[in-house]
Design a protein around this ligand. Structure first.
Ligand SMILES: Cc1cc2nc3c(=O)[nH]c(=O)nc-3n(C[C@H](O)[C@H](O)[C@H](O)COP(=O)(O)OP(=O)(O)OC[C@H]3O[C@@H](n4cnc5c(N)ncnc54)[C@H](O)[C@@H]3O)c2cc1C
Length: 316
């Protein structure tokens, strides 16, 4: 958003509560965003050399459920966020790190998922020497789901969303292994134990809810709505929401719209663009997390009775 506004002559001050670069809980599988959206925002170059991902598999504890085409880009948030901030600064944008601010008029709120009580735990780390059968491997279990995606330099990103439960003090990749084993994903845990995990890349997040958020004011990205992570569409939605917000923000900057009008136009544009995919993803997420529904969907998938490709389209 900052890059898009700054490159159109609107001066932007960006406050970041933390610093760049840093590891983030994210599957780092970016899927669904069009080249046109990236070009409108002026960030196509930042993703140009991302690993091109095509093939995907869905698996459960007993093995493969299906294979499909799931085009996407693989790039670590460490690398991507660093590039985005550099591009913003090179355009003359003012970046203030370690600066946590409050929402107020003329602040576009891109502060990510609001903190809310919940039962989710997101974990991620990078590993080397981990062979993948497909560019993206997804694993489902009643305890949570996890994705392995190829990123840069032969690294694999491992990221999962789990139902939070007591873990007897486990930390780092040991915590991830505990969650995998408690989710009966033993073969995957064995593979991870054999790989070279970069412990410094390990990070975790809790305290958020999925779906539409009640963010303050003019919101974009996760602050506006958080699509369930299995879709690999969260970053795309963050980019697309910036695209929805761009014209209203430009109208505010040029005095054609008040802040409230600009905010309302952006919110309405995001609602119509994301309504179907958010609803579909929330329904599918509930099925994935329900043990009985998961048993049925796994059985149907093994009999090739689930239209995975059509379902993927629904959450884009
Ligand atoms: C387990 C998991 C797996 C995921 N996997 C994928 C995936 O494979 N593909 C995908 O596309 N998406 C995935 N996502 C979603 C994706 O990570 C988010 O949709 C995306 O990061 C949203 O971007 P954002 O800019 O809105 O928020 P964020 O990336 O969270 O950025 C918000 C920034 O605001 C800063 N901030 C917060 N509060 C303040 C404040 N008060 N003042 C100043 N700064 C502040 C934060 O420090 C942060 O840097 C996943 C999410 C989870 C939880």
């Amino acid at each position: 958003m900052g890059i898009a506004l700054q490159s159109r002559g609107v001066p932007v001050v960006l406050h970041e509560a933390s610093t760049y670069p840093r590891h983030r809980v994210c599957g780092e599988f970016i899927s669904g965003v069009s080249d046109a959206t990236l070009e409108t925002l002026g960030i196509g170059e930042c993703l140009a050399d991302a690993t091109q991902l095509q093939t995907a598999s869905w698996n459960d504890h007993a093995g493969r459920l299906t294979e499909m085409q799931a085009p996407g880009r693989g790039i670590s948030r460490w690398k991507l966020d660093e590039r985005l901030q550099r591009r913003f600064v090179s355009l003359g944008g003012t970046l203030i790190t370690n600066s946590r601010i409050a929402c107020s008029p003329s602040v576009i709120w891109a502060a990510g998922r609001p903190r809310r009580p919940c039962s989710w735990l997101g974990l991620k780390c990078h590993a080397r020497n981990l062979q993948l059968s497909h560019d993206l491997e997804m694993f489902t279990s009643p305890g949570g789901y996890i994705g392995l995606a190829k990123i840069e330099d032969g690294m694999v990103n491992i990221c999962g969303l789990f139902k939070a439960r007591p873990t007897r003090g486990a930390k780092g990749s040991a915590l991830l292994l505990t969650m995998l084993r408690e989710s009966s994903l033993h073969a995957l845990a064995d593979r991870l134990e054999m790989a070279d995990v970069d412990e410094s890349s390990f990070c975790g997040v809790a305290g958020f809810q999925l779906g539409k958020q009640e963010g303050p004011g003019f919101c974009i990205g996760d602050a506006a709505s958080m699509i369930p992570p299995f879709t690999g569409n969260g970053m795309s939605m963050a980019f697309e929401s910036a695209e929805c917000a761009l014209q209203p923000a430009l109208d505010f900057a040029s005095g054609r719209k008040s802040w409230l009008e600009a905010s309302a136009t952006s919110t309405a544009s995001q609602a119509s663009r994301f309504k179907r995919r958010l609803l579909s993803a929330m329904i599918l997420h509930r099925l994935l997390m329900n043990p009985a529904a998961l048993r049925i969907t796994s059985a149907l998938a093994r009999r090739r009775c689930l239209p995975f490709q059509a379902l993927l389209h629904l959450v884009r």
